[in-house]
Design a protein around this ligand. Structure first.
Ligand code: ATP
Ligand code: MG
Ligand code: MG
Ligand code: MG
Length: 569
């Protein structure tokens, strides 16, 4: 590809509303553009990466014996009524009508559609086990779309669904998918961890999530350094004793304005006067549909009084809610946000000690808890919930007492479930078994966030100059930067020649033949994150050399002109 005829839509400035590195860099490197909340266009440069991720996912799924299908994104309500999810699914389901007034939804997932397909297509146990997958656009009307394609409303998912007559067969495919996911994430060059997950709401008997480790991750995962134990925080919490949970307290509907309620709540919570100066604080007040205020998280830095906290100013004084997820805070405070009166909240147990933003909030921590200090208040905070987890999980995972329990942040990039017969039973999906009897199908389902992976990779691979793509998913593997080619036919010619040579050898090459200053070209290639860079210059040609720099290299080196290809291989 020639850069002079390609959309290199790089930007110098860091976009103000992009909170995390991957979002900033995808915008700055010209990979994506926002259309509306949670809706993004993929520009040519970004789409190349997305397609490479897709290709790896597809190759490994094919290798596992799964069969690719493509189902409609728009789904009729009848199927969702049959499974019961038309009522249960809630606000994330985008519902719509056709011109005849019939109900449809834009698919957030495809259990219903595939179950309908399979109940009509498969008749006998002899056709099983079978696993079908697609790579396709989903829509979820996320409450808080954020971080660019990381939590979008429209996004690309690989979803697979397997069908079986026996639980053993389901187990085999589940294990196969587990291995396949590891192969996929290995090839993608991600630092990830499979963890046990709670299969609660979806049903079924087993579930694992695959998390990319990153400080910006919205999930907390718990693992033992001394054993194989690894779980997401909800799963770990589920096996922990209930502990002290606060009773629902006062009804806040009485209090007039959201601001007053917020101040009331926060001062009650902290046990301080509303005019007290707060140096750093992490609490957020949020109102649910019924007007109840729940505290979630508000991260203030610098000196503020509680009177500063006006609902309409939250954006201004509070850091964006990057770190604390609803689930995490729910875990911390022990009850659902929105359903609680905040005054009786227990102190916030900080679930993840490693989160950087806590550094100036948590002024001291020991085994018993945290010591928090504001300007004119201080407070000891017990470590109850985390300690609960620590004891129980440790007891379970390393009876010998070896290893310590770590809680890290993760980005969920994959999720596998044993669904059992939840959908097949509700939708009467059966085949004839060995005895000629009708048997309800056993099902598994397996998701991967294809577009989320692109952002996750950047979270793990970047420096202050830009993205550092792993070769497997780099938009281009090699950049050839020609210097002053517009004045030097020799440079132009040598650049073109190298470009053809590397392309013919199978490399994805971007020839930066733009009439731009060298500094601009270098900065763009680094921001875009191309793994290998050759520079063709008059000075180099005189010595019959090219200048080479790997994206992670500190130094440049000269490579003989004739040896560029063997050097790369
Ligand atoms: P999350 O907990 O992040 O909301 P989920 O558990 O709701 O994800 P699943 O139903 O398990 O998601 O879907 C399979 C995969 O799809 C997820 O593991 C994730 O990688 C991806 N995914 C889910 N929601 C989104 C989204 N809003 N934007 C991008 N990818 C998503
Ligand atoms: Mg979700
Ligand atoms: Mg999840
Ligand atoms: Mg999930």
């Amino acid at each position: 590809m020639r850069a002079s005829r390609y959309l290199i839509a790089t930007q110098k400035e860091t976009p103000a509303d992009a909170e995390i590195i991957s979002h900033q860099m995808m915008l700055r490197a010209g990979m994506i553009r926002k259309l509306a909340a949670g809706l993004y266009s993929w520009l040519p440069m970004g789409l190349r990466v997305l397609r490479k991720v897709e290709r790896i996912v597809r190759e490994e799924m094919d290798k596992s014996g799964a069969q690719e299908v493509l189902m409609p994104a728009v789904q009729p309500a009848e199927l969702w009524q049959e499974s019961g999810r038309w009522e249960q699914y809630g606000g994330e389901l985008l519902r719509m009508n056709d011109r005849h007034g019939r109900d449809f939804c834009f698919g957030p997932t495809h259990e219903e559609v595939i179950t309908d397909l399979i109940r009509n297509e498969l008749k006998s146990y002899k056709e099983l086990p079978a696993n079908f997958y697609q790579i396709q656009t989903k829509f979820r009307d996320e409450r808080r779309p954020r971080f660019g394609v990381m939590r979008a409303r429209e996004f690309i998912m690989k979803d697979a669904y397997s069908f079986h007559v026996t639980a053993e067969s389901l187990n085999d495919t589940y294990q196969l998918m587990h291995r396949t996911y590891c192969a996929i994430f290995d090839r993608l060059g991600l630092d990830y961890r499979p963890v046990e997950a709670d299969s609660g709401a979806i049903g079924g008997s087993a579930s694992h999530e695959f998390h990319v480790l990153a400080s910006s991750g919205e999930d907390a995962i718990v693992f033992s350094t001394g054993s194989d134990y690894a779980a997401n925080i909800e799963k770990a919490e589920a096996i922990a004793p209930a502990g002290e949970r606060p009773a629902p307290s006062q009804d806040l509907k009485e209090v007039a304005t959201p601001e007053q309620r917020t101040i009331e709540a926060v001062s009650g919570f902290l046990n301080v006067d509303a005019s007290a100066t707060i140096k750093t604080l992490m609490v957020r007040a949020e109102e649910d549909e019924n007007g109840n205020i729940g505290l979630i998280a508000l991260i203030l830095r610098g000196d503020h009084t509680l009177n500063d906290i006006k609902a309409e100013q939250l954006e201004g004084v509070a850091e964006p809610l990057t770190m604390a997820t609803d689930e995490e805070i729910e875990l911390a405070i022990g009850c659902k946000a929105g359903s609680i009166g905040p005054v009786n909240l227990p102190v916030p147990v900080i679930v993840d000690r490693s989160a950087a933003h806590l550094a100036d909030f948590v002024c001291g921590a020991n085994k018993e808890g945290y010591h928090l200090t504001g300007v004119n208040w201080e407070r000891d905070v017990p470590l109850t919930r985390v300690e609960d987890l620590r004891n129980v999980v440790e007891g379970d995972a390393s009876p010998d007492g070896k290893g310590t329990l770590e809680i890290r942040r993760g980005i969920e990039v994959g999720h596998i479930f044993k669904l059992g017969n939840k959908y097949s039973k509700a939708m009467n999906a059966t085949v004839l078994d060995e005895n000629g009897k009708s048997a309800i199908l056993e099902m598994g389902c397996y998701g991967i966030g294809v577009s989320r992976i692109v952002a996750s990779s950047i979270e793990q691979n970047h420096d202050d100059k830009g993205i550092i793509w792993p070769e497997a998913i780099a938009p281009f593997e090699v950049a050839i930067v020609t210097l002053n080619a517009h004045k030097s036919p020799a440079v132009m010619e040598a650049g073109e020649k190298l470009y053809e040579q590397l392309r013919q050898a199978g490399f994805d090459v971007l020839l930066d033949d733009r009439n731009e200053r060298p500094g601009v070209k270098f900065a763009d290639m680094e921001l875009i994150g191309i793994p290998h860079r050759f520079v063709v210059s008059e000075r180099g040609l005189a010595a019959e050399t090219l200048e080479y720099k790997g994206r992670r290299d500190e130094d440049k080196q000269d490579v003989p002109l004739a040896e560029a290809l063997p050097f790369l291989i």
